[in-house]
Unconditional design. Structure first.
Length: 95
């Protein structure tokens, strides 16, 4: 007997991590808007990857990483607002 695709497809997507990949693509798309009001920060940073509810962000140096760290709460709020729910709990800045 065949199993309907609607019964196993959502579990398969989660198991393969594709749902997280879709969230990451949305975050990359909204990143410049999430940093609107923080002059120049979207040009000097970019989302690298998403692991669980932690978004890793690449920065050119420690100065930019610190600037973004100081604005972390506002950035998280903006990202989660664009996504429609709280999907990101923490930002980790890498330089």
């Amino acid at each position: 007997m065949l199993t309907p695709i609607k019964n196993f497809l959502p579990r398969l997507i989660n198991r393969l991590g594709l749902k997280t990949q879709g969230d990451f693509e949305q975050i990359c798309f909204y990143w410049p808007n999430a940093l609107r009001g923080f002059s120049g920060k979207s040009d000097n940073s970019k989302p690298l990857y998403l692991k669980g509810k932690i978004l890793f962000v690449g920065c050119p140096n420690s100065l930019w990483a610190n600037e973004l760290r100081l604005s972390q709460e506002a950035i998280l709020s903006n990202i989660n607002h664009f996504l429609g729910q709280e999907k990101i709990k923490k930002l980790c800045f890498i330089y």
